[in-house]
Ligand binder design. Structure first.
Ligand SMILES: NC(=O)c1ccc[n+]([C@@H]2O[C@H](COP(=O)([O-])OP(=O)(O)OC[C@H]3O[C@@H](n4cnc5c(N)ncnc54)[C@H](OP(=O)(O)O)[C@@H]3O)[C@@H](O)[C@H]2O)c1
Length: 328
């Protein structure tokens, strides 16, 4: 059995498991999610038993359902042992102020998330995206207040342009507000655009990095084949996963499959191991949908890759960042 490893999140003193459990699948707003509360609770229990102490959810995941399931899973557990991350920004109501990063919406949603999670504090509170309609100073002041009042321990952010993130960090320093200590970007072997955008900022500022979709929504598990319509898996229902079926990405997957075969491990394990070998990465956010996925993904911690294997995996693709590529 694989032994869980832990690391500090960026420059903070916070210990997190080297794999974070993504909780987006715990809900029913999309057909590709688990759509099964009991099975979700079992998966959460198994992950915690395996030593994962870091859980990532969001208010918008099935409009609160994911947070409620996480709340049930952690009920009665020692809260001190858990690092719970959630997010704010996306639409939670069809009315003015039902979304975004205004002081009002952030403070309302922090309380709502605390209620759904059944806890007194959030360890890592993240802005899910940049809000073009709210000054960053207002957002940072609201987040700073949440930290000052003990409702939040650390603050983080997710996919945005590097200039926006750098501006937010500098505004925090100027105003002496709490700083973002963590960034959650899309990052995996076929989506490497953040190497040309946010990752250099994180490296130079000591910000922790927790990649989302580390298996490209399942593409990197090798469950799909070139030239064939998907018949099972998320790609049958999710355009973002199917959009990864490009010549360049199939070439990356060929290399992943070859190396997996040479090492006697699976393509998913090689793909996660590649991320775990990146010094800038603290804890990829895995999104298992079954117990088998969870076990397979956690065992990637045991896979060592040489420098030449890392080069082979990266050689088919040269990363480029644009808003369009990043989906912003
Ligand atoms: N900040 C953001 O904007 C953002 C965006 C997306 C996600 N996230 C976070 O990142 C987490 C992970 O994202 P993700 O779910 O896209 O991660 P992912 O690992 O790239 O994709 C997960 C999907 O891949 C398949 N899969 C996973 N492990 C597998 C295995 N070992 N063998 C075969 N198939 C496997 C499953 O789909 P099927 O079995 O259905 O094919 C699963 O639902 C989310 O839960 C969420 O917390 C954040």
């Amino acid at each position: 059995m694989t032994e869980m490893e832990y690391t500090k999140l960026g420059d903070t003193g916070l210990d997190v498991s080297r794999l974070c459990l993504g909780c987006m699948n715990f809900g029913s707003s999309q057909p590709w999610m688990m759509n099964d509360e009991e099975a979700s609770l079992e998966l959460l229990d198994d992950a915690l038993e395996m030593g994962i102490n870091f859980l990532d959810t969001a208010n918008v995941y099935s409009r609160g359902e994911s947070e409620e399931i996480v709340g049930k899973a952690i009920e009665g557990r020692n809260r001190d042992e858990l690092v719970i991350a959630t997010k704010v920004f996306g639409k939670m109501g069809d009315y003015p102020n039902g979304q975004g990063l205004s002081r009002k919406h952030i403070l309302d949603q922090a309380e709502a998330s605390l209620d759904r999670l059944g806890t007194d504090y959030i360890d890592l509170y993240q802005i899910h995206r940049w809000d073009d309609e709210t000054p960053i100073k207002e957002t940072l002041s609201a987040l700073d207040y949440l930290v000052e009042t003990g409702k939040v321990r650390y603050i983080g952010a997710s996919s945005m342009a590097a200039w926006q993130f750098a501006k937010a960090l500098s505004e925090s320093d100027l105003q002496e507000y709490e700083r973002f200590t963590c960034m959650q970007p899309e990052y995996n072997l076929v989506d490497r655009h953040e190497e040309e955008n946010i990752l250099p900022v994180c490296e130079s500022e000591g910000v922790g990095v927790i990649p989302w979709s580390p298996l490209a929504g399942g593409f990197l598990t090798g469950k799909y084949d070139r030239g064939e319509e998907p018949t099972e898996g998320r790609a049958t229902e999710d355009d973002h996963t199917e959009a990864r079926f490009t010549d360049e990405n199939w070439a990356v997957l060929d290399e992943v499959r070859t190396i997996a075969e040479e090492k006697g491990v699976t393509p998913a394990q090689v793909s996660l191991a590649w991320l775990l070998h990146k010094p800038v990465v603290d804890s990829p956010i895995i999104g298992p949908r079954t117990e088998e996925h969870l076990e397979e993904n956690v065992a990637s911690l045991d896979v060592a890759l040489s420098d030449s294997e890392l080069e082979r995996l990266e050689s088919p693709k040269s990363p480029v960042w644009s808003r369009e590529i990043a989906g912003l």
